[in-house]
Design a protein around this ligand. Structure first.
Ligand code: SF4
Length: 247
């Protein structure tokens, strides 16, 4: 029987990834960096910001701050000013300086390679750690028992639409657990970028372009086929509005 949208999720994963690889052959991290330290810094700065904005700030930043010690050598206000355009600059400055301090004290100034070590760095949650590992140390993804898949808003939404997870699309931890069971390990480093590119180009949150979608035949949420959008139907219902106060 040919695999189609009615096939169980484990049977659809490989054809979905294969079609997405063909559709987005360049899918990769959009942040620009030239070393693991720069990658960690850029991913910390990308929280609540866009990759494009971060990429406008980092060339000057990386020319000035070349090693972890450099982030501790300037007054806090100076670093805040240097990253100001990425937003939340006070918190991000704290994270960058804390990250630099832990790198120096615990890792001889080198960015560690395991996810369980990366998450010890201030400002580096599991998603960031997965991004840094797959971007800078791809050979570690298959060896590191703590390795995983970076789940952002696009990855969450598309996983749910494809029926790869039945969780709330915002529950990144549980979506990641579901994907880790379903996606072959050799794809862990790439799957996030494929879903991100697809989420930006075709499978947008508000109006997915199902008629133009390369995996439409494999998708149980296809609007083209008149199906309910699983991303909408699994979203948590909003709490009822409080009645207006009387008098
Ligand atoms: S068919 Fe529609 S909902 Fe399904 S992956 Fe494609 S664009 Fe998204």
């Amino acid at each position: 029987m040919p695999v189609d949208r009615h096939s169980p999720a484990p049977e659809r994963v490989s054809p979905v990834l294969s079609k997405l690889r063909k559709a987005y052959p360049e899918a990769t991290i959009a942040l620009e960096y030239a070393s693991p330290l720069e990658c960690v810094v850029a991913t910390i700065l990308s929280a609540q910001s866009t990759d494009a904005t971060v990429n406008t700030v980092t060339p000057a930043l990386f020319a000035k701050y070349r090693k972890p010690e450099d982030y501790l050598a300037v007054p806090e206000e100076e670093l805040q000013q240097d990253i100001h355009a990425t937003g939340f600059f006070r918190q991000k400055t704290k994270s960058l300086r804390g990250m630099a301090r832990v790198l120096i004290d615990e890792f001889d100034g080198e960015v560690p390679r395991k996810v369980e070590q990366l998450v010890k760095l201030p400002g580096v949650a599991r998603k960031t750690a997965n991004v840094v590992q797959s971007a800078c140390f791809p050979e570690m993804v298959s060896k590191d028992p703590s390795a995983g898949i970076a789940v952002d808003t696009h990855v969450g939404r598309i996983s749910v639409r494809l029926g790869f997870s039945k969780r709330d699309s915002k529950d990144a931890v549980k979506i990641e657990q579901d994907l880790l069971e379903l996606v072959p390990k050799r794809h862990w480093g790439k799957v996030s970028y494929l879903f991100i590119d697809h989420g930006r180009a075709i499978c947008t949150a508000k109006k997915p372009l199902c008629g133009d979608c390369p995996i439409e035949r494999l998708c149980p949420s296809s609007q083209e086929a008149g199906l309910p959008d699983l991303f909408r139907t699994t979203a948590k219902p909003r709490p009822p509005r409080k009645p207006p106060r009387q008098g």
